[in-house]
Ligand binder design. Structure first.
Ligand code: ZN
Length: 151
């Protein structure tokens, strides 16, 4: 199977079977982001558990890329530290700005490597990044990050 079609399968699987979808009972931070050019919407919420691991909840609607990306993010970053989420987010943003030339590190990015091909289509990059930027905003609102970090 070609890498591109494998990646498409991963994205489609997350779209059809979203992981961790739903809002948190007691979010510490919440952010609603929209991508008007595509009609995507996402609300991402965060809190931390007693061990400092992230709990992430989300709700949204829109294209398969935006919704699959939220599912991948939630699966990947639930339980990780705020610092780890920052590292993974930076790697993902870099990949999405690599115009399809990036060499994604699967150890860091997990299923998010599947979006490497999306980076070739500038109009879809915003779809893929929507949930990630909403998470950053939610972390700022929760006081987990200071403004300006990681941008
Ligand atoms: Zn979209």
């Amino acid at each position: 199977m070609e890498l591109d079609s494998l990646y498409q399968e991963i994205i489609l699987d997350h779209y059809k079977h979203p992981r961790g979808k739903g809002l948190l009972e007691l979010p510490q931070g919440s952010a609603h982001h929209v991508n008007p050019t595509c009609g995507d919407e996402i609300t991402v919420q965060v809190s931390t558990n007693a061990e400092g691991g992230l709990e992430i909840g989300y709700e949204g609607q829109g294209c398969s890329i935006s919704q699959a990306s939220a599912s991948v993010l939630t699966e990947l970053l639930t339980g990780s530290s705020v610092d780890q989420s920052q590292t993974v987010r930076e790697a993902f943003i870099e990949l999405m700005h690599a115009q399809g030339q990036g060499e994604p590190d699967e150890d860091v990015l997990g299923d998010a490597v599947a979006f490497a091909g999306v980076a070739k289509f500038p109009a879809r990059v915003k779809c893929a990044l929507l949930a990630w930027m909403a998470l950053q905003d939610a972390e700022i609102k929760a006081g987990m990050l200071s403004k300006g970090d990681g941008s």
